[in-house]
Design a protein around this ligand. Sequence first.
Ligand code: FAD
Length: 474
Amino acid sequence: APVIVWFRKDLRLDDNAALTAATDTGRPVIPVYIREPVTAGTGPLGAAQAWWLHHALASLATSLKKAGSPLVLRHGAANSALRTLIEETGADTLYWNRRHDPAGISIDTEIKRDLRAEGIDVRSFAGQLLHDPTRLLTGEKKPYRVYTPFWKALEREGEPPEPIEAPAHLKAPAKVPLSDTLDDWELLPAKPDWAASFKEIWTPGEAAAGERLDDFVEGAIAGYKVDRDHPSLDATSRMSPYLALGEISPARVWHATRGLKAPVDDVIHFRKELAWREFCHHLHFHFPALAEKNWNERFDDFPWEKAGTDFELWTRGMTGYPIVDAGMRQLWQHGWMHNRVRMITASFLIKHLMIDWRHGEKWFRDTLVDADAASNPANWQWVAGSGADASPFFRIFNPILQGEKFDPDGAYVRAFVPELEHLDAAFIHKPFDAPTDMLKKAGVELGTTYPKPIVDHAKARERALAAYKSLKNA
Ligand code: FAD
């Protein structure tokens, strides 16, 4: 009887323990991807990531077909979709790689219990994380709440398991089950095609993930520790969208950093970022409400402003602070934003506009190709100060100084805010302070060609600090 391999956020053949185990049985393999309702661990799926998912599935389907057994697409609740597939094919075995988000886990646990009771051999494998969140615990067997001891524990665990090579050949079932067509899922934007510019930046798919990783470890990883903070440089790995849908495994990325000629400091720093991903996922595993509730309940009384016009101007990159606007426009145009600028834009929304981080989290979820149910809310809470091991609320980023420090010549701003392209570097992060004749020469008319600041930095800072002090026990 055939073995079903249920693909979720592991859209790859490489380092795929479930797929390899299924192949090793010597029996026919039926690879299936199920479009589950948004409540499941696969969701909620934002529009930008839906674009990515479409291409990732198309790429996976091509690879599986080439390997010998085509991908079957189904939709609906996984429990019933799998049951139907088992009835149709006579499969008696079901394998998958574990997901660690609480919603996904509860679905998987139920499926395991029900199908095992009916005599189906259901097995799950590791692969989405470097280490299992049930194992990496403190001395008191509690989850880590602080990153540094978490990192130390991760180091103590030693290297994650060696990645497994992709199986060379999959045996197809005698009769290939019916499949949905990808186009019918309408994952791509209808007209207007707001994702048109994504194609110029990104190539989804497992092969592209591997190529990008090779380029990175042979190139930009040298210098990563410093250069990673400069948004105009292509100095980071850009592995995030591939990791988010599992087109590459974190273990594969980790092991690619072994034995490099690059300075050890840069390599460690990169691994520490991978460990942040891991930390976010472990937090989410232990704290299911990460995207809905303040980790620190003290923030439940925060006097947030309504998410009205200011919120809209923020989403459109029209706040009058160039580094913030450049970031928000990069997000819209590329479905991705540089990490430094994610921190600046998030801080601006929360502290300058005093808008609840959950609105920002939702906007990012819908617009990021790397939207991740653990990393996104964990980072938003980190910036807000409400999270586990968060940056303190009273540390308020000055968007002008941040811009001057990390984008000193304004190259990043110029790339995304063309209205300011000709402005002198000395004022590119504060056009509102530029002399009138300089603005005129650069073709900038504040309030017309580029907005005046929607809030005054110093006043916004005072307001945020006063609000924070008003909290009980702040
Ligand atoms: P690199 O610098 O090359 O890092 C390598 C990998 O490490 C990344 O691909 C990512 O998997 C991981 N990583 C790096 N920094 C972080 C971090 N702070 N937290 C968790 N993992 C990290 N990352 C997401 O993958 N999905 C999200 O939805 C997401 N939302 C964010 C929201 C906010 C407000 C902030 C401040 C950060 C968010 N991040 C998110 C983290 C980080 O910005 C991105 O992972 C990173 O910019 C991706 O680019 P890269 O792959 O080139 O990173």
